[in-house]
Design a protein around this ligand. Sequence first.
Ligand code: ATP
Ligand code: MG
Length: 223
Amino acid sequence: MSSGNVVTLVDACRHYQRGEEVVRALDGVSLEIAAGEAIALVGASGSGKSTLLNLVSAVDRPTSGRVEVCGVELATAPEDELLGLRRRCIGLVFQAFHLVPHLTAEENVALPLALDGRSDPDRVAELLRRVGLAHRRGHYPSELSGGEQQRTALARALVHRPRLLVADEPTGNLDSHTGSAVLELLAELQRSERAALLLATHDESVAAATDRIVHLHDGKLVR
Ligand SMILES: Nc1ncnc2c1ncn2[C@@H]1O[C@H](COP(=O)(O)OP(=O)(O)OP(=O)(O)O)[C@@H](O)[C@H]1O
Ligand SMILES: [Mg+2]
């Protein structure tokens, strides 16, 4: 199924068996994300957004159907290949920032490189500058504002030049003014870094920062 797409889902399902009951968290989703394309995934709470993001981030595997990310077929790939995929191809941004508390902003940004046995101080410095935090590089997360923490997380998500940026409600923990600024920065960095973007949100105004909006309802895409 190799294609030029960064992400290809064909009839992808993620079902959970709970005793007699089957929860169809994701139920037959087909979707293609081209290189550099920005897609907003919009849906109500419980519609399956995070479930889909976990698949596309190679954190989870489909129970049926096909999910290919950066040329790797998730259903059959060995665990170490998925780890390599996560470390080299994917950048993640979360609602709750998820910075490492005992590392400085600079060390947090460098972390994806360090985990992959690499070091690139110039790249780390460049990203800190581009998110406007060069002067805060020695601060710990507890010494940063919410918006600054999310800007640090953005720099961390992009430091290793991922082909795919995955963001789950990245402005959900920020006030609307700070959220808009973070979103603008995210869109600008995504374009200049030529990464594809899959951004989950229940906020249609957030979705306007992307090329295309797809709607999810009860685990299915709504056309
Ligand atoms: N481990 C699990 N076992 C059973 N059901 C699950 C499991 N994880 C998620 N679900 C169910 O799958 C559905 C989709 O969950 P998901 O977290 O993807 O929703 P979401 O769209 O991200 O919602 P929110 O906007 O609230 O974050 C929900 O109904 C949830 O209860
Ligand atoms: Mg969610």
